[in-house]
Design a protein around this ligand. Sequence first.
Ligand SMILES: Cc1cc2nc3c(=O)[nH]c(=O)nc-3n(C[C@H](O)[C@H](O)[C@H](O)COP(=O)(O)OP(=O)(O)OC[C@H]3O[C@@H](n4cnc5c(N)ncnc54)[C@H](O)[C@@H]3O)c2cc1C
Length: 288
Amino acid sequence: MKPPRFEYLAPASLAEALAVLAEHGDAAKVLAGGQSLVPLLNFRLVRPAYLVDLNDIPGLAYIRQDNGRVVIGALTRQRALETSSMVRERVPLLADAMPQIGHVQIRNRGTIGGSLAHADPAAELPAVVAALDGELVVRGAGGERVLRAEEFFVAYLTTALDPTELLVEVRLPVVPPRTGTAFLEVSRRHGDFALVGVAASLTLDDAGICTRCAIALTAVGPAPVVAREAARRLVGVRPTIDVLEDVGRLAAADLRPDGDLHASSQYRRHVAGVLTRRALARALERAR
Ligand SMILES: Cc1cc2nc3c(=O)[nH]c(=O)nc-3n(C[C@H](O)[C@H](O)[C@H](O)COP(=O)(O)OP(=O)(O)OC[C@H]3O[C@@H](n4cnc5c(N)ncnc54)[C@H](O)[C@@H]3O)c2cc1C
């Protein structure tokens, strides 16, 4: 398949890219790693009049530590995150999720910004950002907005991004002491999108009591699902197998995932509970 005709634009600065988007709005589509957009073009599921390539813009790919956060430029390749020692040490949940995204060839080109802006309901990165309560920095010709995951992810393949805006940066908090995190998923084959995925984080105090817990699930709804009530069940108690079991049950109870050819709704809900328990057990081991 070949893409429909489009005019190719390669702005050399962020300001130029934003001006192009402001001018063309809905008629333009931005290209980052192309790992989702190019198949959509080739299947003619999207037909932009203008393709705005971000790859010539300097300064959009970086991983830095800043004020208790790791800040990541939107054009940072997924593989760069996977191999970053700063990410491994400071945001281990992100490091854990990276190898589960497609295959290495895809991660060599795919970007963090592209994955978040694409907002596939089975993608790993939206759940990671939601679990960590990260910030998404969005810029348009009129200025900048900083959004939380709940504000950014709206529905299937839909975000709060206006067609004239770009996601420019992702900010994730550095992991606090005595915190363990884990990302687990079940997929049909390695490299496939998740049938269910769970991002979990928990913090212990010196006595081994859980002081903070966050759980976010992917592939069980139109956007990442934050299991707040389930996470609250852990806070203030010593995590035991029974408690973790209970948290898994609570996390699964409210889910109403769609079923499809690969997994029924009931199966997805069951796996979500089991994976939540296992992810928390792994996070607990790491926190200790
Ligand atoms: C075989 C295969 C398997 C895959 N498996 C997985 C998987 O298991 N898990 C997973 O999460 N992903 C998977 N992917 C998708 C991959 O992670 C993509 O890299 C990612 O979804 C899109 O990132 P990209 O940089 O390639 O974006 P592109 O494909 O270039 O763009 C994707 C969309 O985001 C928009 N966009 C890109 N950057 C920005 C920005 N900075 N601001 C605003 N909008 C922007 C584009 O306009 C487009 O609409 C797979 C892809 C393939 C081909």
